[in-house]
Every structure is written in C-alpha cells, then in structure tokens.
Write a protein that binds this ligand. Structure first.
Ligand code: AMP
Ligand code: MG
Length: 408
C-alpha cells in the first residue's frame, strides 16, 4: 500500500489532526433537563441572571438582632421570620426576632445569635456570647452577582455545576449532542467470554474494556458481533455502521500482518487521516473517514486499546462535542528509575501513592508488554514519558493520566 496520507507521525501531530477533523465535525446542540446533564459539554456560556443568595438571609437557626453590643437586659423579641415567605419584619434598635436558616433577614438586622447561644425569657433574648456585626448572615450576592459568567461553552457539567444552574432557576441547559459510537472487535481468534476456547483461540477482552471506556465517558456504544479477519465481511459491516454512527471504533487488524485489513479498506473505501503514531503502546493507530462516520482503528493488544483510547480516542470524542476544559492529570515523582530505549512517546502503566507530606509518587510497572492486561488492571495511571530515549531517574516529576475510571 502506498501511503498518500500522514504515517508514522508524532503523538502531537496525531493530536492536531484529530483536533482539526473533530472541529470540522462539531456535533449539534440540544437542550436537556439538568438531571441528564452529567458529563455533558456546555454549548453556551452560563451567565447569572440573579444573585446568589438572592436575598440577605440567616446562615443558622437562632435570632436576628439589631443593636450591638447587646442592650442592657437583652433584646426585645418582636415576631418570627421562618424560611419560605418574607414577613417584611423591620427591627428597631434593641429588637430581635426568631429566625431559621435560609430565612430572609428582617430589615435592620445586624447579626444572628445562634440558638445554642441564646437564652429566652418571655420576650427578652440574652446571650453570653457577644455577637459581632454580620455574624451568621449570608449577604445577597456573596456567592454570585448577577451578570457573572459562571461557566463557558466547552466546560463539562458536574453535579455542582448542574446544581448551580438549578439555583439560577434554569430547568435545562444547551449541550453538545453526544456522538453515537459503534464498537467492533476483529480477529479470527476471538470468542466472547462464556464460550469455550478451541486451541489457538482467546477471549475477546477488548470489547468489554472498550465499551466500558465509552460508558465512562457517558456514551452509549453499540457493540457489533466480532468481525472475522475477512476483508469482505469487514468492509460490508463497517460500511453499514458508517451510515448510521458518528464514530466507528474498531480494535485489531491495523498492523502490517497478512490479516490486518483495515488500513487498506480505509484507503480504498474512505479516507485515511493518519496511520501509525510514534507512541508506545499503540503505534499502529489508524484514523480516517468512512461513509458518514469517522473511523478510529485501535490496535488489538488490550493495553494499546487502553492507552490509545484514553489519549487520542477521548480527545476525538471531546473535540466532537467542543469540550475545551482539560482533563484531570497529576504530576508525580518516579519511585524508580525508568530506562526508555526508544524514541516514541510512551504511556507506561503505574500506581500513584501519596506520602505523608502530600507529595505524589508514581511507581512505574516493569510489565510493559501491551498484552499485559493484568498489569494494566493493577495500576491506576498512565505515566507520560516524553519523546526521546534516555533515563528518567527516580525522583523525576512525570505527568500521569488516570486510567481506572469508575474507581473514583
Ligand atoms: P492485531 O492487531 O489484530 O494483530 O492484534 C494484536 C494482538 O491483540 C493479537 O495478539 C490479538 O490476538 C490481540 N487481540 C486483538 N483483538 C483482541 C481482543 N478483542 N481481545 C483480546 N485480544 C485481542
Ligand atoms: Mg487481528
């Protein structure tokens, strides 16, 4: 196959191509109720139309008082103000009123005397804990002033952000549509778990992993039957899927072996954006367009699936939704020296630990083979070792990407 597309490109070049293609295929916007918003990418800025709190109110149950310090003989109690409806109380100097948390502050109130510190005798309120001005008062606008831009298009919705939208009175938000994704595994050797293996066969582990990687992104992947290493079957199934999904993700069949049919298929029936990225694991990664879809061809080795999906696959999904908020990543010190003998960017598996001083350390896993799924399962981050061969001495600060979604 002659390559008239970028091949053996750097990780950054691959990332740039993915960003460009995704930007050209930005998904449309839809309005969704807040309870369906978790993990969605905001499509428009969230600007406050009201203040939060929207009125001065009590932070504690107790008594609103006017007149500091406490008048001789205490404050005179005049009425009650509970959360829910503003009684329009006005306190004169030397007066106080019973109040509950969240209730509007009576006009003139200067502090709240909390219930635990109050002594009430008839209509007199006394305390041994001299209150200061503004004690336990939550002023209007303390959290948010009207007109403040609280979130930007491209930010991701979290529970607190969805609660914030609700506090502002919004029942729904505009977000990017989620990409629809078809997932294929390929290989004559694959059997679904639950089925007995003939000699030479293995269980399809990538399907469960890839589906749950996608679920962790809030997507609802549709998994198709395992594809045999038959170019005609692969072509017809993938072309079918390429009519109805935004994204087709395959794994296996993208290397240079006799049974690796995907690169030629994409070149003849679609358009290859790149094939092969100088990363480890995951070098044979394939990306392009097929029919109406984008096609991301992940390599077959399970750890390659993990590394390529978490780095470039997610980047594509994020780009399609217009996500600009960066992913969480950590920086940690290597516990052991790593000798890197190749030039590619490496995503090595490792385990994070925090010492008593709060310093993060990462223990690199010596089991680096891209078939070593048990080793990947025992770890929680991918260490990002930059391009270039050489030694990364123990103590070197290394970037780490979480790779165990679901563990919190
Ligand atoms: P391939 O890229 O198709 O040559 O596959 C590379 C390696 O990954 C081979 O050892 C395959 O048997 C293995 N492999 C491919 N697909 C899967 C899968 N779905 N589950 C587990 N291993 C796989
Ligand atoms: Mg294969």
């Amino acid at each position: 196959m002659t390559a008239d597309f970028p091949t053996r490109i750097s990780f950054d070049e691959a990332a740039a191509i993915i960003d460009r293609v995704a930007a050209g295929r930005r998904l449309s916007t839809e309005r969704i109720p807040l309870q369906r918003g978790l993990g969605r990418v905001l499509a428009e800025d969230l600007v406050a139309t009201i203040a939060l709190p929207n009125f001065d109110n009590a932070a504690m149950d107790g008594f609103a008082v006017r007149g500091l310090p406490m008048p001789h003989g205490g404050w005179q109690l005049v009425g009650e103000q509970y959360a829910g409806a503003d009684q329009g109380l006005v306190l004169a100097a030397g007066q106080g009123s019973r109040i509950t948390t969240g209730a509007p502050l009576p006009a003139g109130a200067e502090a709240i005397v909390i219930k635990e510190n109050a002594r009430v005798d008839g209509d007199r309120l006394c305390t041994d804990h001299a209150p200061s001005a503004n004690d336990h008062i939550r002023p209007a606008g303390e959290d948010v002033m009207p007109g403040t831009r609280l979130l930007c298009a491209g930010d991701v919705l979290t529970p607190a952000r969805l609660g914030l939208a609700a506090a502002l009175g919004l029942p729904e938000l505009a977000v990017a549509r989620r990409p629809t994704v078809a997932v294929f595994t390929t290989g004559d050797e694959l059997k679904p778990p639950g089925q007995a293996l003939a000699p030479g066969e293995i269980h399809d582990s990538n399907r469960a992993m890839l589906q749950t990687l996608l679920l962790a992104e809030g997507l609802e992947p549709v998994a198709w039957p395992i594809l045999p290493d038959d170019p005609e079957r692969i072509r017809s199934m993938l072309q079918d899927a390429a009519f109805s999904f935004d994204l087709v993700i395959t794994c296996g069949g993208v290397s240079a072996g006799e049974k690796d049919h995907l690169p030629a298929l994409l070149q003849s029936r679609g358009e290859t954006c790149f094939w092969r990225v100088r990363m480890k694991p995951g070098m044979p990664l394939l990306f392009g367009r097929l029919g109406e879809s984008l096609l991301l061809g992940l390599p077959g080795n399970p750890v390659s699936v993990l590394a390529t999906f978490l780095t470039l696959g997610r980047r594509l999904i994020d780009g399609l939704q217009g996500r600009t908020e960066p992913r969480m990543r950590w920086r940690a010190r290597l516990t052991d020296t790593v000798h890197k003998r190749h030039e590619r960017r490496e995503f090595m598996r490792g385990r994070l630990q925090m010492d008593d001083d709060g310093q993060l350390h990462v223990a690199p896993d010596a089991a680096t083979g891209s078939h070593r799924l048990a080793a990947a399962a025992a770890n929680d981050v991918l260490l990002v070792l930059p391009e270039g061969a050489g030694e990364f001495a123990a103590g070197t600060v290394i970037e780490c990407l979480p790779c165990a979604a679901g563990r919190g």
